[in-house]
Design a protein around this ligand. Structure first.
Ligand SMILES: Cc1cc2nc3c(=O)[nH]c(=O)nc-3n(C[C@H](O)[C@H](O)[C@H](O)COP(=O)(O)O)c2cc1C
Length: 135
């Protein structure tokens, strides 16, 4: 299993309708390839995790990278793992309000950071792990 996590910034703030449409499209495409993940939104900042078969994740990521609705896309983590974080979400969606205080602060610092390298792999993983479903 292959995972990518990245950060990007929307060119303009998405309306609720635009977000809904984006998620619908993402879920349609991802379900066909059994790609799962989570999208976290904070203002204009997106943090997204995509996981599945490497070639499928990379093909979807390529489309996302070319999407003109966002820019300043920074790939943060790519890794192999034995298990998915989000096996049941073709594309889950969360807003920052659903994070606890410590992680909210981490995400805010992260999304406003000029130097993305100041953030560790661990910090980013921690934010996503907050949302991992407990079965
Ligand atoms: C922040 C963000 C996240 C996205 N996530 C996904 C995704 O998980 N899967 C997907 O297929 N498209 C996603 N998209 C949309 C793609 O950029 C692209 O518009 C879409 O894949 C095109 O689909 P189509 O080739 O079926 O027309 C995302 C776009 C943005 C801006």
């Amino acid at each position: 299993m292959y995972r990518i996590m990245y950060l990007s910034r929307a060119v303009v703030r998405f309306s609720d309708e635009e977000l809904e449409e984006l998620l619908l499209k993402a879920r349609q495409n991802n379900s066909k390839k059994n790609v799962t993940g989570l999208l976290i939104l904070k203002g204009r900042s997106f943090l997204q995790c995509l996981e599945g078969k490497k070639e499928d994740v990379l093909a979807i990521f390529e489309k996302i990278k070319n999407d003109s609705r966002h820019d300043s896309l920074v790939e943060v983590i790519e890794e192999e793992d034995s298990k998915r974080y989000f096996p049941n979400w073709y594309m889950g969606y969360k807003t920052i309000n659903e994070l606890d205080e410590v992680r909210t602060k981490k995400l805010i610092d992260f999304s406003e950071a000029k130097n993305i390298n100041a953030f560790s792999h661990n910090d980013i993983s921690e934010i996503f792990k907050e949302f991992i479903e407990v079965k």
